[in-house]
Design a protein around this ligand. Structure first.
Ligand code: GCU
Length: 678
């Protein structure tokens, strides 16, 4: 086994099964490819690379008697085109891969409306080989369900990465635009392979310097690298940039000079980068400047920027992550209170970007109440791939399970079945712009993500952004097979490990609806005792509210009534602790320690049992991993072992710290299932 972690899921090791190998070699011995473009070159290179690796053949590109035909639909021989099923169903980024028989000869046709569609199709075709699929049965008609599939890099210009655990930023601003690092190309290739089509290069806590002419040249160099891979670049826009650059004295969005400043800036950028994607904006949030500084609203700010980029088909991704210590309202309610009244008021090229939950990327949160509440506004999902609150790079946590849970939640806002996924992909919105963002976990680490298994989260984000209905299980299995091995003795236990890993982290960090009880500032490790912070809503005690009477945040009508922001079906169910799912219990209710749970046990007992279970789940992960040595690269095996040791140590720290802390209020004994802790 010699996987190279740098190559991510694009491992092209030779197929060992000789029968399979021989049949593949026969089926794709001769490739028709007739594209004269940078994307065409990328496609050709990928075919060459994968066939050389997986099949040990140099593909022939002899256009006379091909058995693998890669062509856009408009150039495809009409007799072949006729045989393709359902091509009308694909959109501009979609593709068809189909095995057909013509005059007794078998052929595989890969076709799309655009070259970008072909590129996605080619990666999927290669994946079929990586997954050892039977090519003679292929009929794949696929298109992305979401338009803007975007990574958000929280990367600073000094190359530090906010909440980044995989080294420094891969963008070497100092050496750009002259030095084009191979990583930029490999990054684009990896993203294209999972359908990601945009990247915001800079931190949401933004620096206006990136909008200066010098940086635009650097940005242009990256955009040129990414373009053949179908990836657009975006920047974060600091709202006060007109002032910080020294040009103006105000950044008031209704001021004519300010409007013109942004229009000129947009023109300047688009002159250099005609396919620039647009801006992501964090405004009036956690101290960032914004329209509120001038008594203006989020709509005023977003629409002003939207106008500036509209002539170039640019978009504005305006974040709804807003909360203010000046407001007495429960932090979980504030974004809804502030944004819902603006439904239908944003310009057509604005996406409101909403985090999956109302607090902040916790191991588990109920879905954000804004989903479903703004049918006349396109809402973009923001997931966090980097593990800010989930153990940084040292914990193995398979996030697609978390993402899947959110996307499958029913908002009921347009009747039963109004899932978050359907709101995000536009099925339930009266607007047609759609998007999903993932806060990247990528850095200069040799394997990109620090923890080898962080790669699965990048991969999984891409798959769900393409199709939010993809199951976490499919993602886990595909990733394991592509990265390591198709052997069922590896894939079956390891996919179980991945799929269970998310619940494990919830159990040992924040079971039963607890949230935001991490250590202050860095958010790594337990900190339920955190109470002296610059803002009350940055403490832990604000969220768990533990005292001698009980624990949990009452968000029903007797408390903050955040529940009121959800549809009546959810309100009915969650207003009573007896019908609230255990996983959200302490999110919505403050309950006495001896509250009788569905299990018949006390709340205190269940809290302790969940913490203990989380620890045991990590022990199980270790046991499974021990059996996988022969399927993985020795270095990856060793390193993952050491990381799992850290994870177990930290899971125990979480259990011990939280139980000892909460016990001073519960004043109840630790049940026998908990080992002696100090
Ligand atoms: C979290 C995170 C910050 C980040 C913020 C955001 O609060 O801790 O580092 O800037 O989210 O999403 O804007």
């Amino acid at each position: 086994v010699c996987q190279n972690p740098y190559d991510l899921w694009l491992q092209y090791d030779k197929i060992e099964d000789k029968t399979l190998l021989d049949s593949y070699k026969k089926q794709v011995s001769n490739v028709y490819l007739n594209l004269n473009s940078p994307t065409g070159d990328v496609i050709k290179e990928e075919i060459e690379k994968s066939f050389k690796g997986l099949l040990h053949i140099e593909p022939k590109f002899d256009n006379k008697t091909p058995n693998l035909i890669i062509s856009t639909l408009n150039k495809l021989d009409p007799s072949l085109k006729k045989k393709l099923s359902k091509t009308s169903n694909i959109n501009d980024e979609g593709y068809v891969i189909q095995h057909i028989s013509e005059k007794g000869e078998s052929k595989i046709i890969l076709s799309a409306k655009t070259e970008k569609g072909l590129l996605y199709g080619v990666f999927n075709f290669i994946k079929q080989i990586q997954l050892h699929k039977d090519l003679s049965k292929l009929t794949i008609v696929d298109s992305p369900k979401i338009q803007k599939r975007v990574l958000n890099h929280w990367d600073n210009l000094d190359r530090s990465v906010e909440r980044g655990y995989a080294g420094f930023s891969i963008w070497d601003w100092y050496l750009l635009p002259e030095l084009i690092k191979q990583e930029y190309i490999d990054y684009a290739r990896a993203n294209a392979s999972i359908g990601i089509n945009g990247t915001v290069l800079t931190n949401v806590n933004s620096n206006a310097l990136v909008l200066s002419p010098r940086y635009i040249q650097k940005l242009k160099a990256l955009a040129n690298v990414f373009r053949p891979y179908g990836i657009q670049v975006y920047l974060t826009a600091r709202f006060s940039a007109p002032i910080e650059t020294g040009d103006l004295e105000t950044a008031d969005p209704l001021n004519a000079e300010v409007k013109q400043w942004w229009k000129d800036k947009a023109e300047e950028i688009y002159t250099e980068i005609p396919d620039f994607g647009g801006f992501l904006v964090k405004a009036n949030s956690e101290g960032q400047p914004g329209p509120n500084n001038y008594g203006r609203s989020h709509v005023d700010g977003a629409n002003m920027l939207a106008e500036a980029v509209a002539p170039y088909d640019g978009i504005i991704m305006w974040r709804a992550f807003v909360y203010s210590e000046e407001k007495p309202e429960d932090r979980a309610k504030q974004a809804y209170s502030e944004f819902k009244p603006f439904d239908g008021k944003f310009k057509d090229n604005v996406l409101v970007q909403v985090k999956n939950g109302a607090i902040d990327f916790q191991p588990r949160e109920p879905f954000h109440p804004l989903f479903g509440a703004m049918p006349d506004t396109p809402l973009m999902m923001e997931f966090q791939i980097t593990q800010e609150y989930l153990g940084g790079m040292s914990h193995l946590v398979f996030l697609p399970k978390l993402f899947e849970e959110v996307l499958e939640e029913d908002t009921y806002t347009q009747g039963k079945g109004s899932t978050v996924g359907k709101i995000i992909d536009g099925q339930l919105s009266n607007k047609k712009l759609t998007g999903m963002a993932g806060v990247a976990n990528i850095g200069t680490a040799k394997n990109w993500t620090g923890h080898q298994f962080g790669q699965a989260n990048w991969y999984g984000f891409g798959r769900l952004a393409w199709n939010p209905e993809t199951s976490a299980e499919t993602i886990a299995k595909d990733w394991l097979k592509m990265t390591f091995s198709n052997n069922a003795e590896f894939v079956d236990p390891m996919s179980k490990l991945l799929l269970d890993s998310r619940e494990a982290v919830v159990n040992y960090m924040t079971p039963l609806g607890l949230h935001h009880i991490m250590a202050a500032g860095h958010h790594q490790g337990p900190g339920p005792w955190v109470k002296d912070m610059p803002r009350p809503d940055w403490t832990s005690v604000y969220y768990h509210k533990a005292d001698e009477n009980g624990i949990g945040f009452d968000r029903t009508s007797s408390g903050s009534n955040a529940l009121d922001q959800y549809a009546s079906e959810i309100q009915e169910k969650y207003s009573d602790p007896a019908t609230t799912p255990d996983k959200y219990l302490l999110w919505f209710h403050h309950l006495p320690w001896n509250y009788k749970m569905k299990s018949g046990k006390t709340l205190w007992y269940e809290i302790t049992a969940h913490y203990q279970k989380g620890v045991e789940q990590v022990e199980d992960m270790q046991k499974t991993w021990q059996k996988m040595q022969k399927y993985v690269d020795p270095q990856v095996f060793k390193e993952t072992n050491m990381l799992l040791d850290i994870q177990l140590k930290e899971a125990k720290q979480w259990r011990n710290a939280c139980l000892l802390y909460f016990q001073q209020f519960s004043k109840m004994d630790l049940p026998d299932l908990i080992p002696e802790i100090t």
